[in-house]
Design a protein around this ligand. Sequence first.
Ligand code: TYD
Ligand code: MG
Length: 455
Amino acid sequence: MAKSPVTFSCTACGATYNKWSGRCDACGEWNTIQQDKGISSGPPSKSLGTRRGAAMVLTDLTTKDTPPPRSQSGIAELDRVLGGGLVPSSAILVGGDPGIGKSTLLLQAAAHFARSGLKTIYVSGEEASAQVRMRAQRLGLSDASVQLAAETNLRDILTTLEEVKPDLVIIDSIQTMWADNVDSAPGSVSQVRAAAHELTSFAKRRGVSVILVGHVTKDGQIAGPRVVEHMVDTVLYFEGERGHQFRILRAVKNRFGPADEIGVFEMTGEGLAEVTNPSALFLSERGTPAAGSVVFAGIEGTRPVLCELQALVAPSPHSQARRTVVGWDGGRLAMILAVLEARCGIPFAGLDVYLNVAGGMKISEPAADLAVAAALLSAREDVALPAETVVFGEISLSGALRPASQTENRLKEAQKLGFTSAIAPAGGKPVGKNGITLNTMSDLTGFVGEIFGAG
Ligand code: TYD
Ligand code: MG
């Protein structure tokens, strides 16, 4: 019999290799590559099955075959991130750092889905049922008819699920699940993959929705959630800074709705509370207008969100000046600095640059470019921007400003929060009157001249 080839996988991103190496070429992590252990027992594979995979013409699918509508949890922030509610037979991954609040969120979601009529089972591989019940009691959810199970053996879980026939299964966490036909320790890439595969195919076969919890891991011993991202329909990440109350649930992949949608929560003594007006929350810590502080009018998914960017520019005592970014892309910061230097003649050499998005928010929109440039210049010149002003727009390498999408929505949100003027690129769709003075500019040099009186 041919010997199956030895393969290796990265525990951080799941990339496979045919030999070991110290560093993963795909994600750049060190010491994350481990040998895969094959499936040692289990049912023999059939060479040719007697059952056929039935194919169907798209137009033959009648309304009878269309799945029932989405179920809403009633937690609006969660339903929005899911693309409008839970799709039947879907597989969802919720990733996040340990202790960020995944179990809390999903226990609350389980109770809400159960109250809205879904038969829900919460399988914990980390806590005993009594501990989960205690947590539910503390969160005021003990009246919800969620079934609890404390189990890690995949075979036993699937047997239970066949009996219970739930509508929704929550597995907390996928790294604790153990398939007895896979010859490696729980948490290894092979185990996590096998468990995720079994559970997602069970979900599709039986019309059950399954939510898998995955801890983001740093040490490489335990496979991270990225290993199963491609197997599920929807990937959500629960983010936030430990020191902050805010938690952001972000859709990074969604087969049933827009990606990049966010839900904002606040961790309280009674669990996670929804934040229906994130802009107000992100701006709540803003004091009097200071140099280096700029309010960016952004769009997250389908809604506008305002947040504060803070920059600090100071002479560097080091031979190589520091560039430190929290909540934005470091490469993009380097680009903005280069454009400011090359197109506007404003050098940052010999200066340390720190950029922070307040409130633990992460921004990926290119429309933040102009707000970043404004914060950097304001910090460098020690001049505060005009009060009650929001800024947005993309900067191209030539120094030209490109109009951002959804200008009208951004302005409306700014007006709602009491801002009176906005700086944005010229061009783009004309916007209606909305009580905001719109100051448009076509290039970065013009912006620098007008706002900072220099070129
Ligand atoms: P948890 O949901 O257990 O995190 P995860 O499953 O992602 O590892 O949340 C753990 C943290 O949340 C813990 O530090 C305590 C805090 N917490 C609250 O502040 N309030 C609450 O009501 C609950 C249940 C947890
Ligand atoms: Mg947990």
